[in-house]
Write a protein that binds this ligand. Structure first.
Ligand code: 3PG
Length: 390
């Protein structure tokens, strides 16, 4: 793998640097709720400060109306230095502010998705965005699967480099693409369509692919099992792909749950039951993997030398159904940092690691949700084109 790393440059004095970050973080009542992505970017920002850059940071927020001002404020607290917010990302205001920047000063631009041209990868917009800068760094791994102007087209107009986060992400995620065997991949979550590419890509690389969450329902339903009123995808094509995958890989590679915790009600009120996979009733709702599954899955985690985990095993936000996910978090963490190289990622997986207090015991927790799935699924990564060569 070849990375056009920003580490090649050590003198930024007098240079106007545009840093594309992924600071798309949850905000409530004007405050950042969760700052993992910001914390991860601090070494990159401190490096640029140490070597004298005039630094301008730009990010998107998924909410196209959300201002990035609270993010700038939180970043300033984390860095312990001023971060000046500009309520625009292109045009006269930011251009003038960039011109006035002194070495080691930081400006923070408005949510780039305020401009509709961002998401259409508009070249003219990218050119305008690039105008005041000398170089561009993509440190936004988490959004590098998007063909957007500040990630893709911008690279045509500025010398472009990979930031520390991008570099670390691809280096660590690649450890699962050329893994130390055996490789155990654990895939959960709700949306089968987002998980099929990663399962496909690991079919020949992984020894074991453990399935949990609602996507296990898709597999089981496709194989003719009763899943009651449980959440299932309704994409016929996807179901066909699932059957094909399972037939191709066999039940020794794609491993499905043996039992579940079920309820008659979505919110889990009333009595809960543990059911074996072939005993699920027509009015049952599957909400977690059961104890037999946890113990069965632990065997495959305990013998792995590389582990990839994405997606919860059940509705872990509900206290009653968190046990499967918490158990997997503990098993992955216990095997990581030493015996195995453990990789985890995805918004809910990160939350589950925090809830279980296992976050610090996994080798690599990706800042990417969709981006991690796409990268590991072998999809195109427009944000990495030209700066990372596999
Ligand atoms: C994420 O949080 O997964 C990234 O920031 C990408 O956000 P998006 O799905 O709005 O492009």
């Amino acid at each position: 793998m070849k990375i056009k790393s920003i580490r090649q440059i050590k003198d930024f004095a007098g240079k106007k640097v545009l840093l594309r970050a992924d600071f798309n973080v949850p905000i409530a009542k004007g405050k950042v709720n969760e700052d993992y992505k910001l914390v991860k970017s601090l070494p990159m920002i401190r490096y640029l400060m140490r070597y004298g850059a005039k630094l301008v940071i730009v990010t998107h927020m998924s909410n196209e109306k959300q201002s990035t001002q609270p993010v700038a404020r939180r970043l300033s607290q984390l860095l312990g230095r001023p971060v000046k917010f500009i309520p625009d990302s292109i045009g006269e205001k930011p251009n003038t502010a960039v011109d006035k920047l002194k070495d080691k000063e930081i400006l923070f631009l408005q949510n780039i998705r305020f401009n509709k041209e961002e998401e259409t990868n508009d070249k003219r917009f990218a050119k305008e965005l690039s105008r005041p800068y000398d170089l561009y760094i993509n440190d936004a791994f988490g959004v590098s699967h998007r063909e957007h102007a500040s990630l893709s087209a911008i690279k045509k107009f500025l010398p472009s480099f990979a930031g520390f986060t991008v570099e670390e992400e691809v280096t660590n995620l690649n450890k699962s693409l050329k893994p130390k065997k055996p490789l155990t991949v654990i895939i959960g979550g709700a949306k089968i369509s987002t998980k099929v590419p990663i399962i496909k890509n690991f079919i020949n690389k992984a020894e074991y692919i453990l399935i949990g969450g609602a996507i296990a329902n898709d597999f089981l339903k496709s194989l003719g099992y009763e899943v009651g009123k449980s959440l299932v995808g309704n994409d016929e094509q996807m179901i066909k792909t699932v059957i094909k995958l399972y037939k191709k890989a066999g039940n020794k590679k794609i491993i499905l749950p043996l039992d579940f915790v079920v309820s008659k009600k979505k919110d889990g009120s009333g009595k809960l039951f543990v059911r074996l996979v072939n005993n699920v009733e027509q009015d049952d709702i599957i909400l977690d993997i059961g104890p037999k599954t946890i113990s069965f899955y632990s065997q495959f985690i305990k013998k792995a030398n590389t582990i990839v985990w994405n997606g919860p095993m059940g509705l872990f936000e509900n206290e009653k159904f968190k046990h499967g996910t918490m158990a997997i978090a503990k098993l992955v963490a216990a095997r990581s940092k030493g015996q195995a190289f453990g990789i985890a990622g995805g918004g809910e997986t990160v939350e589950a690691l925090k809830l279980s207090k296992m976050f610090d015991y996994v080798d690599w927790v990706s800042t990417g949700g969709g981006a991690m799935l796409d990268y590991l699924g072998g999809a195109k990564m427009p944000g990495l084109k030209g700066i990372v060569k596999k």
